[in-house]
Design a protein around this ligand. Sequence first.
Ligand code: SF4
Length: 357
Amino acid sequence: MDMRIIRNKHTPPRRKSKQIQIGGVKIGGGAPIVVQSMTNTFTHDIMSTVRQIKELEEYDCEIIRVAVPDMESARAIRGIKKQISIPLIADIHFDYRLALAALESGADGLRLNPGNIGEPEKIKKVVLAAKERSVPIRIGVNAGSLPKTSVKKSIPERMVAAAMEQVELLESLDFDLIKVSLKAFDVPTTIAAYKAIADKIPYPLHIGITEAGTPRTGVIRSSVGIGTLLYLGIGDTIRVSLTAHPREEVIAGWEILKSLDLRQHGPVLVSCPTCGRAEVDIIKLAQQVEAELAKVKKPIRVAVMGCAVNGPGEAKDADIGVACGKGRAILFKKGKQVGVIAEKDILRVLMGEVKKL
Ligand code: SF4
């Protein structure tokens, strides 16, 4: 799969951040924005977890995070790592000893929630062990589990303050392999928090909208939140959180990056919304083409348009496309007609042309 960075001249410049490396994957410092996800298997069930990660690798998930709720899960990381190709991050809540065990098992990164790890002494132990192994730590602040404060502050301010406290603790231990996230369910709150911290620290930012929901609403919520931040130049790695199989998160993540022309990833389908001029079932045809394109790796633009009057012109950037009419379709390349296809052959001929590109 071609997954280069692309630049659209209308996209604002990205925030400059310090580069860190999770396993072999670079984050920040101008590196491509990385797509990550999280498994939803029991981490101690090595076979199921590896199976799920391998499936996510096929969808080009670039980093995977696993929950580490107990020692058995922390120890399972060693067995999982042997069988997967992408870096693995251990997600730790409450018990710092799990972080130490995950590092021992070869985790490439840690995610800690400062709101629930507890005393600085415990965090210090984890930081020293991570430093020994050059393993980065993500300070993952969630709006739902903020440490209590005596001073009255807004939620974004409290999120930033919680992250800054931990950043300063890590820096005081001479540790700078830091990544930060400030997630909330509420999109404006999340954007405000990230905007506020972006100027305060040099570290890369992991962005996402937490507990975004099921695919139908969660993808929209995440796209608005992550998309807005990325458009502002903020964000070095993304995770779309969905109540769904994690493959949906990876697919959505790539689509967000493609929409903003930040990365290239396989084909883009251009299809018209159809209107009273369409004389072919464009909804069905577009769905069939989309399913076929899922097997194509080339970064091409393919159009399915409902009429020959406006279709070729509206989709003139497409590498290949069809503009359908009564009983037949015009085949066009970059807006220019190159052939005519009988209605029953549209899908077959179009996909044949896609293969030739
Ligand atoms: S391409 Fe034709 S059918 Fe499709 S929306 Fe435009 S005018 Fe209507």
